[in-house]
Design a protein around this ligand. Sequence first.
Ligand SMILES: Cc1cc2nc3c(=O)[nH]c(=O)nc-3n(C[C@H](O)[C@H](O)[C@H](O)COP(=O)(O)O)c2cc1C
Length: 194
Amino acid sequence: MDLDNAVVFERLVRTRRSIRGFYRNPVPLQLIDRVIALAKRAPSSMDGQLWHVQVLTGEPLARVRASNMGEMMAGARAKRDTFTHHEYAGRHRDRQIGVAKKQFRAMGIERDDRARRQDWTLRGFRQFDAPVSPTDKVLDPGATCHFDLGALCYGIVLAAWDQGLGTVVNGQGIARSDIIREIAFIPEGEVVLT
Ligand SMILES: Cc1cc2nc3c(=O)[nH]c(=O)nc-3n(C[C@H](O)[C@H](O)[C@H](O)COP(=O)(O)O)c2cc1C
């Protein structure tokens, strides 16, 4: 790699950040195709490339958001395809709380402002109102596949950033995997990952 490429890559990695507020403009499908094609250059165990990428936009995405919101407001529990950790404890919990405090402070949301805090949480379930939402799924829920899908995901966010498109990886948005499964016609043999 020559020096120019090294500088470009470093700038890409250093400037990329999660974006949680979006313009309404639709994202051109050619741009999404390009981002996903680049991301698929990611390494994967035994070159398995077990990923499938679903892109939801427009009306199906609006239905996912509405269903997510409805379920969460009604107090429904998360129903993920994947095993998740229990509540964080100890230093992991401390870090989680510290990050949340910083985030709310940066947004000017006071600790006792329950309405704005709830509004922020619900935005996560609405995919932060992003105009498009890729969902990865794998055939095998094993750890190696999760590793492969993590590489793909990072490829997506970096390639998108390089093309001037902000993204956020959003675990909240698939808290109800069954909703995505139904709306995106994902077969039972596949796993909704993130
Ligand atoms: C697997 C995964 C799930 C995530 N889920 C969420 C989420 O549900 N809501 C959210 O706001 N950010 C989510 N994020 C984004 C992280 O919070 C973010 O990457 C982290 O705070 C670092 O910030 P940065 O991406 O701006 O560097 C997720 C990231 C990953 C990798």
